[in-house]
Design a protein around this ligand. Sequence first.
Ligand code: NDP
Length: 256
Amino acid sequence: MKKGLFDLSGKVAIVTGGNGGIGFGMAQGLADAGADIAVVGRNETKSIAAVTELKARGVRAISVTTDVTDKDAVVAMVERTVRELGRIDILVNNAGINIRKPPHALDIAEWDSVIRTNLTSAFLCSQAAYPAMKQVGGGKIINIGSMLSIFGASFAPAYAASKGGIVQFTRSCAVAWAADNIQANAVLPGWIDTDLTTRAREQIEGLHEKVLGRSPAARWGAIADFAGIAVFLASPASDFVTGAAIPVDGGFSIMG
Ligand code: NDP
């Protein structure tokens, strides 16, 4: 199939947290557009299952078991991707966690864990991938924010801080690396049906109905809703789009 502006054949993408949820939805879209994929996560069993599914779409895929909060492990992950897949064109910084407590109940270890997983990891992966992108003449960085990049929530102080930080980190990379033909953008998902939000629905009473009531689209998002935005932001179609923070939320963030 000729994909023109959206063709990713010959490109290589790293997707952190690509073994499930939103990251897997993005990895599937990138693979369908022709990109080879390095799936990065801690749970090797989940990653191997994702790799098998991606390979069935006709691309190369590898599992690189990595804790993205560990700088040495991230550097090794990037080196292995270049060694086995030949180059890096696309980096999706998607790995993330939440610890749901109000600010007065969150301890410093919990704060650090959320900030390191959601924000510091994006810095570590972007910094490690930058030389490889420069070497191939450009690249695409896609960082995953949240509705809590925009709003506050009583139950998510570290998460909201990390996701607000992701937007500003994205803008900084967009400015710093524009001369290298690297575009960096953030995607802000609304409420999406994944393992992360299954736990949220258990912990926050009435959440399911509240999301439905506030969303013009009147549904929760699915991981398949992230294939298109990933392909757009990874492809030449978005070459003049950089530093943007794009909600993919069924209208949740514009509902008055
Ligand atoms: P999941 O829990 O399904 O996925 C999280 C992914 O992150 C897993 O693949 C996990 O892999 C990986 N991960 C977590 N910690 C690490 C780590 N230290 N090192 C490597 N990988 C790690 O959640 P979602 O798909 O929902 O979330 C994906 C992203 O989307 C997150 O950044 C989240 O904040 C964001 N988001 C989600 C929303 C939603 O409604 N679902 C809304 C807004 C934002 P493994 O277990 O193998 O380590």
